[in-house]
Design a protein around this ligand. Structure first.
Ligand code: NAD
Length: 426
């Protein structure tokens, strides 16, 4: 059997989705080589188990009908039900969703939760729709992917451009079709519908735990820049500030802001809640979006989209520690440049795993019709994050590889073991 790993194409000639998938396949190929996987198993892991493309018609307020493309990819379900977020973003495509689903597979295996990996996406700008249009779009998309999802099959969650409200509509649409309430079909729901305490801030809390573990000292005097001030980035900035770090710059699609003395993150969050973006925040200077990535800070947290650290800007990145709140922010070319420069990268499948960890805890609570206190959830999150960080760090030291390579060796290795134990049907 031949492994269909594409040749690497110059970054400027491919779509961002293809670039993300190339990165994921490159990382898998490295792990497959390190683990000595046979070609057949490598080929299985390089291709998604199921991919569904759907057309989603949306009735607009003025009576027109638009049709947008939606996707759900289950990359792997060997260790348990598929798990992964749903993204609403105009640039999303099947390649991007496939890459994100693959990363979910390794992430769940790495942190030791019994899930496979999935992802969904709709190629739409949610900001261009009214709330009612967004609700109709969400419900129709869910209806189209209904055969794939379910609490024992595939459990969506929020990602870029979706939130608790989106999850509530998904839970309702699924439940109406089932004829009874099925809270376990999605995670990241409002707590009134069975959402877990601690889920809203879980990814960011995990980023904070991973950052502090990597720093291995108190946050006092540590300077931080955060790219992306959405669900993950804003609370990551807040929790890092709470841990004593000085958050000197943050950005979102509206712009970037900088204050050498440190931003009052709570005040920036209030400004964003009021105005819709960080731009214009008065107690800071404006900064170019790209400049933020190259600031002279101790820690850089990319928490927006894929492919932002590339061969072009990696040589100018000054942060000594990069903690990947986003999925796939660093291309393999940038990874090599940064590794040569001695920059430590806590990779996405470890750094942002807090979200799926608490999603798992939410699902367990739903399946047991039980709920845990915020404190219990936080203890379990911390245990799983610190446990995984310790394993990755020690394997990286033993094998003399980067944290990303070590994380993939563990994650891919566990999925490969599960395949070997189950055997191939028929
Ligand atoms: P979000 O939609 O809530 O926020 C995204 C943020 O990125 C927004 O502030 C947006 O303005 C900003 N952004 C977009 N393009 C930018 C650019 N060029 N420069 C600066 N900022 C830009 O999404 P999110 O849920 O916070 O997800 C962010 C990343 O974290 C994604 O890669 C996602 O896959 C990953 N992630 C999210 C979760 C989760 O629980 N939500 C879990 C794990 C990983």
């Amino acid at each position: 059997m031949t492994v269909m790993v594409p040749s690497r194409t110059p970054a400027h000639s491919i779509t961002p989705g293809r670039q993300a998938l190339d990165s994921a396949l490159h990382q898998l190929a490295q792990a497959a080589e390190g683990l000595g996987l046979d070609e057949g198993l490598h080929a299985m892991l390089a291709t998604p188990r199921r991919s569904l493309t759907v057309s989603v018609p949306v009735r607009r307020e003025d009576g027109r009908m638009d049709v947008v493309q939606g996707y759900r990819v289950q990359h792997n379900i060997t260790r348990g039900p598929a798990k992964g977020g749903i993204r609403f973003h105009p640039g999303t495509d099947l390649d991007e969703v496939t890459a994100l689903a693959m990363w979910m597979t390794w992430k769940c295996a790495l942190v030791g939760i019994p899930y496979g990996g999935a992802k969904g996406g709709v190629a739409v700008d949610p900001g261009s729709l009214t709330t009612r249009e967004l609700e109709r779009l969400t419900r129709r998309y869910v209806n189209e992917i209904l055969p794939l999802i379910g609490p024992e099959k595939d459990i969506p969650a929020p990602d870029v451009g979706t939130d608790e409200q989106t999850m509530a509509w998904i839970m309702d649409t699924y439940s109406v079709n089932a004829g009874y309430s099925v809270p376990g079909v999605v995670t990241g729901k409002p707590t009134t519908l069975g959402g877990s305490l601690g889920r809203a801030g879980a990814t960011s809390r995990g980023v904070q735990i991973a950052t502090m573990a990597a720093l291995d000292r108190s946050g006092d005097g540590v300077t931080v820049a955060v790219q992306g001030f959405g669900k993950v980035g804003a609370l990551a900035a807040q929790y890092l500030a709470d841990a004593g770090c000085r958050v000197v710059a943050v950005s979102d699609v509206t712009g970037a802001i900088h204050s050498a003395a440190g931003l009052d993150v709570a005040a920036v969050r209030a400004w964003v809640a009021e105005t819709g973006g960080v731009r214009g925040y008065r107690e800071a200077d404006a900064l170019g979006l790209d400049e933020l990535l190259e600031l002279d800070v101790d820690v850089l947290v990319p928490a927006a989209l894929e492919g932002v650290l590339t061969a072009a800007n990696a040589p100018r990145v000054k942060a000594r520690l990069i903690v990947e709140g986003a999925n796939g922010p660093t291309t393999p070319e940038a990874d090599a440049i940064l590794a040569d420069a001695g920059t430590v990268i806590v990779p996405d499948i470890l750094a942002n795993a807090g979200g799926v960890i608490v999603s798992y805890l939410e699902w367990v609570q739903n399946m047991q019709a039980y709920s845990w206190s915020a404190g219990e959830v936080d203890v379990r999150l911390r245990d799983l994050m610190e446990g995984a960080f310790g394993e990755v760090k020690s394997l990286a030291a033993d094998r003399g590889v980067t944290l990303r390579d070590a994380a993939h060796l563990i994650g891919v290795g566990r999925v490969a073991d599960a395949h070997r134990m189950r055997g191939l049907y028929p």
